[in-house]
Design a protein around this ligand. Structure first.
Ligand SMILES: Cc1cc2nc3c(=O)[nH]c(=O)nc-3n(C[C@H](O)[C@H](O)[C@H](O)COP(=O)(O)O)c2cc1C
Length: 192
């Protein structure tokens, strides 16, 4: 059920690295994005994928994780994701001043839900070193990385909690292995 998938689709920051993800599995995720809605149907998004161990380790260094818990330096060594998809905007396909950030979000969520359906999981990473990514993947000048999505088999516990006093900050237990994510209530978000 889509609701079960949506609830299970948390932002995971620890993975079981014994479950590798093949290039074909990533290609299938990218293929699925072709069916996602796009502003005025411009479809300006392009993708780069990484699943080779060495490439993944390099891309990992171009991402910043859990700014809300800087002292933990997530992901813990040995629990890094095993694959990445870099979502890019092709500036040659940009029409007028149109902003495609909503397109990016829609494809990212679609790929993540599909990954969860396969027993995998992931996380969107917006804090990225764009210049390093461009150089690493040898991207043409007109292609701009916008969002990185990491994938792997989740290996950590994430607990959704009720948001109290408007505080949405995520936090962990003392051992740093259970991640709590406060969510606003339906009453808080439904305005009419
Ligand atoms: C557009 C977007 C960008 C994000 N960028 C980062 C990021 O750079 N680093 C990170 O650790 N998490 C990032 N996240 C994950 C959020 O921190 C996460 O969604 C939030 O804490 C709520 O957790 P949940 O996804 O499990 O509900 C991003 C999420 C979104 C939607």
């Amino acid at each position: 059920m889509i609701k079960d998938l949506a609830v299970k689709n948390r932002s995971y920051r620890a993975y079981d690295r014994s479950r590798r993800i093949t290039r074909q599995e990533l290609v299938d995720l990218v293929d699925m994005t072709r069916y996602v809605a796009s502003s005025v149907n411009d479809q300006p998004l392009k993708y780069y994928i990484a699943c080779d161990e060495k490439d993944v380790a390099k891309v990992q260094k171009m991402t910043v994780w859990a700014k809300g818990l800087p002292e933990l330096n997530l992901p813990y060594p040995g629990t890094e994701p095993v694959a990445f998809v870099v979502i890019c905007i092709d500036e040659n396909l940009r029409v007028g001043g149109r902003n495609y950030l909503r397109d990016v979000g829609a494809v990212a969520q679609t790929m993540l839900l599909a990954a969860v359906e396969k027993g995998l999981g992931g996380i969107m990473i917006g804090s990225i070193m764009k210049d390093s990514l461009k150089q690493f993947f040898n991207m043409p000048d007109n292609v701009e990385p916008n969002l990185v999505v990491a994938f792997g088999k989740p290996a950590e516990e994430i607990v959704l909690t009720e948001c109290k006093d408007g505080n949405t900050k995520y936090y962990r237990n003392a051992e740093g292995n259970i991640h709590y994510v406060p969510k606003r209530s339906l009453d808080d978000i439904l305005m009419n």
